[in-house]
Design a protein around this ligand. Structure first.
Ligand SMILES: *Cc1c(COP(=O)(O)O)cnc(C)c1O
Ligand SMILES: *[C@@H]1O[C@H](CO)[C@@H](O)[C@H](O)[C@H]1NC(C)=O
Ligand SMILES: *[C@@H]1O[C@H](CO)[C@@H](O)[C@H](O)[C@H]1NC(C)=O
Length: 558
């Protein structure tokens, strides 16, 4: 058959089809055909948008809508309000942050200013409110270094740089040098190419992560992607969800393996599409302290041309020293092809005072999408690399002082102490009856749960014994994040023996329900309407700034 006879054939088929359509539509007037076509097109477009073109999935929106309308029934609303009242009382300032007898809040500033000495006296009164002693290793995470030596270094640096501001490098070139050195020293730890890698000192892990999200969103825009999406494991830090919300990036959560707690790579691959602007892996992830398979995630990123962010906020200042400390791990830095950015918190295991972290990029190609420039502002050409304008130079200087003071040898020794303490605790917990450890923690966080009793009862018992652990949800679990204070002699043994005693107490009535904070946490997980959980959290956030003598709501202020 040649081309012209094929064309003839096609013409006949086309003619038959159009004749058929004409006959079918003969009953309609031309205006009817036009209107039906337009209405159908518009409806299809609307339905498509409703179902697919949205930051939240259809099922999420249906659920939200369902609870929204159900709660509009007066009876249901009053039941919900009745149930909420005692819970909101639990998260009020009077309940959570009681003052000492005789103490009051300052609601207006003193008219006559106070002297240095009288302020110091007053500050001691404030400090008397703090009863948790982190320096004895009773608290999970929170304070990572806290050595008196470091306090001296950091406070001296604060003192010298109290009035400095990195926004004015011409006035403070000393600080610019320090900041650039903090970034370069950190890039070197992560095998960044000295000629290509770059980074920035931010105010903390959250800002580092938000910047990565913003950078990849704008990178995606520059590639013509109109609706960027991020693909992250459910175990990734909440700061990514915050970034998705702030920067209008669609969030695609992928599950983790229920046993290893590492991201399900197959699900991650399935979630990637032409709109994907970033993949994330954590080293380790916060909840259960396990390392995601960075080499595999980075290989996916390379294969599909998607940037890969490694969240080393928590592990950043342990990872580069693991090998030399005697605990070798898989490579998860810039030496892994496909890794394009890394966040590492100097204010966690870097042991610097709070308020510093480093976001690093493999190359300036990405970093330039982080910058903001206003070439036309009346105040001058305004260019900043990150969210803040003016920033604290003192924190940057204190961070520099801390890193230089501890040094590579110090970090290796810290890592050795912290990881051996964590392994001691992990082994001890794994040997106890009625408890199990999640996954195979390779770093400093050990998460545990129980098949035999409600794990939040254990956190309650341990709180009563003077410990302060992290409570986790989906599944219910608790974790201890080991820091330098936990490496002091006797702390690990004391912890294990307290857990053992608490479990023995609990097993006398394994089916009982938890009380207090544990009860709220357990309940919060079982509420299907997550907006109720959010409003409990709003109550907590309100309480942080409450200076009224009575909890809001109790004195009619609501
Ligand atoms: C702590 C942490 C962060 C960032 O937290 P910040 O409180 O903002 O410093 C990010 N990712 C992980 C895994 C973390 O543990
Ligand atoms: C960095 O650049 C310098 C000068 O161009 C070059 O000599 C050096 O080999 C480069 N280093 C790396 C790691 O690429
Ligand atoms: C720290 O924990 C221990 C339990 O091992 C407890 O005895 C001690 O009172 C706690 N300290 C504080 C300040 O809570």
């Amino acid at each position: 058959m040649n081309v012209s006879s094929l064309l003839e054939e096609a013409k006949v088929v086309f003619g038959k089809t159009t004749d058929f359509v004409d006959v079918q539509l003969m009953a309609f007037k031309p205006w009817e055909i036009v209107s039906i076509t337009v209405v159908t097109l518009v409806l299809t477009h609307l339905v498509y948008n409703f179902v697919f073109d949205h930051e939240k999935s259809l099922s999420q929106r249906l659920k939200l809508g369902f609870f929204y309308y159900v709660k509009r029934f007066p009876i249901i609303r009053s039941i919900v309000e009745d149930k909420m009242k005692p819970v909101l009382h639990e998260v009020s300032a009077t309940k959570l942050f009681p003052l000492k007898p005789g103490m009051t809040y300052k609601n207006v500033m003193p008219y006559v200013g106070k002297s240095h000495t009288s302020i110091l006296r007053e500050v001691d009164e404030y400090l008397s409110l703090d009863t948790v002693d982190w320096s004895k290793g009773n608290v999970s995470g929170t304070v990572y270094g806290g050595d008196p030596d470091l306090t001296l270094v950091a406070s001296t640096m604060y003192h010298k740089f109290a009035w400095s501001n990195p926004l004015h490098p011409d006035v403070f070139p000393s600080l610019r040098k320090m900041e650039a050195e903090v970034v370069r020293m950190t890039c070197s730890l992560f095998n960044g190419d000295p000629n290509a890698s770059c980074g920035f000192v931010t105010t903390g892990g959250t800002e580092s992560i938000l910047l990565a999200c913003k950078t990849y969103r704008d990178w995606a825009y520059s590639k013509g992607i109109k609706k960027p999406e991020m693909v992250i494991p459910i175990s990734a830090h909440a700061a990514f969800e915050k970034g998705a919300a702030y920067f209008k990036i669609k969030l695609k959560h992928v599950p983790v393996d229920p046993t290893t707690r590492k991201v399900d790579l197959h699900a991650m691959k399935q979630a990637i599409n032409k709109n994907t602007c970033m993949l994330v892996g954590s080293t380790p992830q916060f909840p259960h302290g396990v390392l995601d398979p960075i080499a595999d995630i980075a290989a996916l990123g390379k294969r599909y041309g998607v940037p890969v962010h490694v969240d080393a906020c928590l592990g950043g200042f342990l990872l580069p020293f693991m090998g030399e400390a005697g605990f070798p791990i898989q490579p998860c830095d810039f030496s892994v092809p496909g890794v394009t950015s890394i966040s590492a918190d100097t204010h966690k295991y870097g042991c610097a005072p709070k308020g510093s972290s480093v976001i690093m990029y493999k190359s300036t190609e990405f970093a330039h999408h982080q910058y903001f420039v206003s070439p036309d502002w009346q105040g001058g050409i305004y260019a900043t690399p990150m969210f803040a304008g003016s920033r604290s130079g003192a924190i940057v200087a204190a961070c520099w002082g801390t890193m230089v003071h501890i040094g590579r040898e110090g970090y290796i020794s810290n890592t050795r102490k912290i990881i051996s303490t964590a392994r001691t605790i992990e082994n001890g917990l794994a040997q106890m009856n009625n408890l199990f450890v999640f996954g195979k923690p390779e770093m400093s966080v050990i998460a545990f749960g129980s098949m035999d009793f409600d794990i939040f009862r254990l956190s309650g018992e341990l709180t009563n014994k003077g410990w302060n652990l992290n409570t986790l949800q989906f599944p219910p679990s608790i974790h201890l994040c080991c820091t330098m204070p936990h490496t002091k002699p006797g702390v690990a043994d004391r912890f294990l023996s307290d857990v053992n005693d608490a479990v023995n107490t609990i097993m006398q009535s394994p089916k009982s329900k938890p009380a207090g904070a544990g009860a709220i946490y357990g309940m919060a997980q079982s509420i299907p309407d997550r907006t109720i959980v959010s409003s409990i959290a709003h109550g907590f956030l309100d309480a942080l700034y409450d200076t009224t003598p009575f909890a809001r709501g109790e004195n009619g202020k609501a």
